[in-house]
Write a protein that binds this ligand. Structure first.
Ligand code: SF4
Length: 208
């Protein structure tokens, strides 16, 4: 019997082989966590490890994730794998806005999380979480495929903890679009800084 299902004692003996009892939340989350399609794109060396993770040895198909989609319209998960340059940041935000809800972001590696060895460089942003909300951070330079898999399992934990009654994507009052930063000397217009900060702050970010 799956975790989260009702106790055996609540099902009459004659129905035990024919009836499964569970909650809507369990079924909804179990389906989502086992069919999470990542977006097919990489930014730098971390992407090589992401590609390894999808290949036969580590086998993302075990988690229902082998279908990497080239279109953001068909993705549930954005894996930001590599160095985020100032030129690329607005494009990442635009891709994020094009993903349907529910959508998640995994920051893979030191560069995506904080700028890595290029931190404070003239052309690199110091963390993608300044532009889109990040759900899981995977440390490393680069993280190993095992580390990425661990981060994905942490994301599954987060998915399992959500409830259809409280998730933000079913609440009309919650703004879900992110302001696209404008490329320039400071990457975004200063008059939009407060909006970007407000929309990218999420209380439940986890570290892998
Ligand atoms: S964290 Fe390291 S391996 Fe990953 S993109 Fe940056 S420099 Fe490359």
């Amino acid at each position: 019997m799956f975790e989260g299902m009702a106790n055996d004692n609540e099902v009459p003996q004659e129905l035990k082989q024919n009836v499964l009892m569970t909650s809507v939340d369990f079924l909804y989350n179990w389906s989502r966590q086992n069919s999470m399609w990542p977006m097919l794109f990489g930014l730098a060396c971390c992407a090589i490890e992401m590609i390894c993770t999808a290949a036969g040895r580590y086998d993302l198909a075990r988690f229902g994730m082998e279908v990497m989609r080239p279109s953001p319209r068909q993705c549930d998960l954005m894996i930001v794998s590599g160095t985020v340059t100032k030129k690329m940041a607005p494009i990442i935000v635009r891709l994020y806005n094009q993903m349907p809800e529910p959508r998640y972001v995994l920051s893979m590696g030191a560069c995506a999380t904080g700028g890595g060895p290029f931190k404070e460089g003239y052309n690199v942003v110091s963390g993608i979480d300044k532009y889109v909300p990040v759900d899981v951070y995977v440390p490393g330079c680069p993280p190993t495929p095992e580390a990425l898999l661990y981060g994905i399992l942490k994301l599954h934990e987060k998915v399992r903890s959500q409830s259809v009654r409280t998730v933000p994507w079913y609440r009309q009052e919650t703004p879900r679009g992110i302001v696209v930063p404008e490329l320039g000397p400071d990457i975004f217009s200063p008059d939009r800084a407060a909006d970007i900060r407000r929309l990218t702050s999420r209380p439940q970010a986890q570290e892998a």
